[in-house]
Design a protein around this ligand. Structure first.
Ligand code: FE2
Length: 432
């Protein structure tokens, strides 16, 4: 939604409704016994109760203190929920709030947040207040932690903790598996999306040579051919660091996949299922995506290529808001899995590229770097401290990503060995 679209009262109503919805989501994911919430299911992740209190603490810092000028409610707990203070692996040993205390704390914060919202003047030029930016910040932050909680719940390997949702639509993939994107200038990033993060700004012009990009993400079936062709045993396909990772960890398939005789199974929220051949592959690292692409005689797209393939709108199909999203993309945990390729022809970009947004985050070839003219806002730890040649960019969101927390300009990033996120990829190639 752009600033122009938002009427003043409509904006506050929308924010209030979205705040209620995201909280309902966070409480649903933490509707489990205290053992599930306080245990560390993986050293990569916080205990779920940390995420729960952290979203309230973040809301307190930004909405209540920075914008509302309200005194700290529980200053003694701030350090526990500062994401930069203690590594995730150490969080279980901290004197964290109990699940009951965490629920009480975040609900107390939320009541005051609604008072601040009531007093908001969205026309205030202060950048935290303009267009309700600070509320967009905390909403997206909570949805991002909700997705993190889903990844933690998947890593727990326990059944019965995550609702399965509806079945996604069936897939009827178009016959032509690749799309040609002609050479030319396009506008990358945004100046106008009200809740866009600092790393998506500013909009700037880029020239790209012509290229080909996959119409759909790479499927489990296609990826299985790489596995069965010995892809994990052949250093030709891997970058040296990727091969070192394969040898050190012994990985031989995507995370959560196991082989039983001739059948491959995947574990999804504690349940074993045959690997679905038509679904985009997920839980692969950047190194695996990169190796598959080389094996297939292709490469990963750069993030500029990925964004250009979206066609320059807020979503690939246009600027339409959540009302008709169900026909266009698999977002917001309606289903608890990616949809088969070809499931969303109405979500295609003007070039005809499909499933760019939703289903699986897509690894790109690009390092997470600032755009020309980048200015950190509202704090350096959101993006700036991660810039460099350490993290690879992912685009497009997954089935677990809420529509308010993703758009064609949205940039995510992670280490190239990480597989716990709901990430897959598609391939590209340069013009001959
Ligand atoms: Fe956070």
């Amino acid at each position: 939604m752009t600033e122009l679209d938002i009427g003043m009262t409509g904006l506050k109503d929308r924010i209030a409704a979205e705040l209620a919805a995201v909280r309902e989501r966070s409480l649903a994911y933490t509707d489990a016994d205290d053992d599930v919430l306080t245990r560390q299911h993986s050293s990569l992740m916080s205990p779920l109760v940390w995420d729960l209190a952290h979203v309230g603490n973040y809301e307190e810092l930004w909405v209540l203190r920075e914008v509302g000028g309200i005194e700290p409610l529980r200053p003694e707990i701030d350090h526990l929920y500062d994401a930069f203070k203690y590594p995730r692996a150490n969080r279980p040993s901290l004197p964290l709030l109990t699940p009951a205390e965490a629920r009480k704390y975040i609900s107390g914060v939320r009541g005051r947040v609604l008072d601040v919202l009531d007093r908001l003047d969205p026309a205030d030029p202060d950048p935290l207040r303009a267009g309700g930016f600070v509320f967009g910040l905390v909403l997206q932050h909570e949805h991002q932690h909700d997705e993190t909680m889903l990844a933690t719940l998947q890593l727990s390997r326990r059944p019965g903790l995550v609702r399965d949702g509806e079945l996604p639509p069936g897939g009827a993939p178009a016959a032509d598996p690749e799309v040609h994107i002609p050479a030319g200038i396009f506008s990358m990033g945004t100046d106008t999306v009200a809740w866009a993060y600092d790393n998506e700004r500013p909009a700037h012009r880029r020239h790209l040579p012509g290229f080909w990009i996959d119409r759909h993400p790479v499927t489990c079936g296609a990826y299985l051919r790489f596995v069965e062709d010995g892809g994990y045993r052949d250093p030709r396909w891997w970058l040296p660091q990727g091969w070192e990772w394969v040898e050190r960890t012994g990985v031989d398939a995507p995370l959560f996949w196991t082989r039983d005789g001739d059948t491959w199974w995947r574990l999804r929220f504690g349940r074993e299922e045959p690997v679905p051949p038509d679904e985009p592959v997920q839980h692969v690292s950047w190194y695996e995506a990169d190796a598959y692409a080389r094996w297939a005689g292709r490469r990963l797209p750069t993030e500029a290529e990925w964004e250009k393939a979206c066609g320059g709108r807020e979503y690939p199909w246009g600027d339409a808001g959540p009302a008709d999203l169900a026909y266009r993309a698999n977002l917001g945990h309606r289903a608890a899995r990616p949809a088969p390729v070809g499931a969303y022809p109405k979500g295609a970009s003007p070039y005809g590229v499909e499933q760019l947004v939703g289903d699986v985050w897509e690894w790109t070839d690009s390092w997470f770097q600032p755009y020309p003219g980048f200015r950190s806002f509202p704090y350096k730890e959101y993006s700036e401290v991660f810039f460099g040649e350490t993290y690879r960019v992912l685009r497009g969101g997954s089935w677990a990503t809420h529509p308010s927390a993703v758009r064609t300009t949205f940039r995510n990033w992670d280490l190239p060995i990480r597989r716990q996120i709901f990430a897959g990829f598609r391939c590209a190639r340069s013009e001959d």
